[in-house]
Design a protein around this ligand. Structure first.
Ligand code: SAM
Length: 286
């Protein structure tokens, strides 16, 4: 266990503390989780807002620390989240608004922030069936794009998002914000390009890569025949030839107008809702 884990309450018997000082070392450690290096070292990340914290707790994510502003004290949902945190051995901090505002540096800070353990699924644990769709993202760089894609993949009923190569951190504050809670609902996986292509070959699925030079209209692919892995290229450079060559189909979304290409998250949404069109209907919508 690292110093950060120890101070931020990892695996300690549940307890509640009051904190008013910005210089408190636990608060400093929590604030440090806005930096990638600290998230990597500690394996933790921040989720802002009561809705996200409740979603995460309901879905069984491991909470290390729950921070709430004094003004939120006594609200039933906050009290329930605090009770769950304590029951699971986490630490609960009741802090001033100045302190909670300093954690995420927002003008209108959320009243509740949770520190959770990161979780990645493993490619080798997946067994695909025909109704499943995965999104694979080649070197996605923009946190807002990644968060939006995770949210969209969740909404379309996809089974997971695979990060191929060096990608932006799915557990950064900005990405988690943009997922609107879907980060807790949808498995995220990581792979090198070689690991991804080897897995895709033995997975029994079809890789439908999207490319501006794709010869196939994306609406003509038979997405119902096999499990589908939709492969999307990097925002600046698109898919490298090595990944494009390894795909079963190279699909294109026809465009008009002056724009060279669609935004990555928008193109992913178009692909996902087409690939899952035969599986989505209004009756299922909650
Ligand atoms: N300059 C990049 C290129 O040459 O590919 C543009 C990349 S685009 C912003 C990001 C990704 O979105 C592409 O790699 C592709 O996967 C997907 N994409 C965007 N517009 C598309 C279209 N019309 N057809 C197929 N894929 C598209």
């Amino acid at each position: 266990m690292t110093d950060i884990d120890r101070r931020a309450g990892a695996r300690r018997v549940g307890q509640v503390k009051e904190v008013t000082s910005l210089a408190n070392p636990i608060i400093k450690d929590i604030k440090a989780l806005t930096q990638k290096k600290e998230r990597e070292q500690s394996g933790a990340f921040l989720a802002e807002g009561l809705k996200l914290v409740i979603d995460a707790l309901e879905l069984g994510w491991e909470i290390r620390t729950l921070v709430y502003a004094k003004a939120a004290k006594g609200k039933p949902l906050v009290e329930q989240a605090a009770a769950k945190t304590v029951a699971r051995g986490g630490l609960v901090l009741e802090v001033s608004e100045k302190v909670i505002g300093s954690i995420t540096r927002r003008d209108n800070p959320q009243m509740v922030v949770g520190v959770f353990e990161q979780r990645f699924a493993r490619l080798d644990d997946l067994s695909l069936d025909k109704s499943q769709t995965y999104v694979a993202l080649d070197r996605v760089r923009d946190p807002g794009n990644l968060g939006t894609i995770i949210r969209t993949a969740d909404a379309a009923g996809a089974s997971g998002v695979i990060l191929v190569g060096e990608c932006t951190d799915p557990f950064s504050l900005e990405t988690v914000r943009a997922t609107m809670g879907s980060i807790f609902a949808l498995p995220v996986l990581r792979a090198t390009e070689a690991e991804f292509t080897a897995w895709a070959k033995r997975s029994g699925g079809q890789v439908v890569a999207t490319h501006l030079a794709g010869a196939v209209d994306y609406r003509t692919v038979n997405y119902a025949a096999k499990p589908t892995i939709i492969l999307m290229g990097n925002e600046q450079s698109g898919l490298p030839p090595s990944l494009a060559k390894s795909a079963d189909r190279l699909a294109r979304i026809p465009q008009q107008g002056r724009a060279d290409s669609l935004n990555l998250a928008v193109a992913t949404a178009v692909m996902l809702f087409e690939a899952r069109r035969h599986l989505l209907n209004l009756d299922q919508t909650a």
